[in-house]
Design a protein around this ligand. Structure first.
Ligand code: H2B
Length: 102
């Protein structure tokens, strides 16, 4: 997957596609792709993070995230291009799948 910085039009198009298949939308916040996930309890939240971590390592593309009990705040950006790339939208899509479409 190329490490190419997406322009504004490409970002808006990718966001529409990403949000078409999820109940709770991703937003662009300070140039990063952001979403808060809420789970039943800490175990569910940490399980989600563990599965995401394995995928992130496999793809060599890692999230910025913050966890408090059952809540995980995620921000995705591609540091190597100082902006958003296809890798961020790929990871976001995987996170939605691992979170069970919430
Ligand atoms: N993760 C994210 N989110 N952005 C990057 O630019 C990035 C990464 N680069 N994970 C990778 C690791 C790079 O640092 C290594 C050396 O390939």
């Amino acid at each position: 997957m190329p490490n190419i910085k997406l322009d504004e039009q490409a970002i808006q198009q990718a966001l529409i596609e990403l949000n078409a298949s999820t109940a709770q939308e991703w937003i662009i916040e300070n140039g990063k792709l952001a979403k808060s996930f809420k789970f039943k309890n800490f175990q569910q939240a940490f399980g989600f993070m563990t599965m995401c971590a394995l995928y992130a390592e496999k793809k060599d593309h890692h999230p910025e995230w913050f966890n408090v009990y059952n809540k995980v705040d995620v921000q995705l950006v591609t540091h190597d291009v100082a902006g958003l790339s296809a890798k961020d939208f790929d990871l976001a899509k995987k996170m939605d799948a691992l979170a069970g479409g919430i």
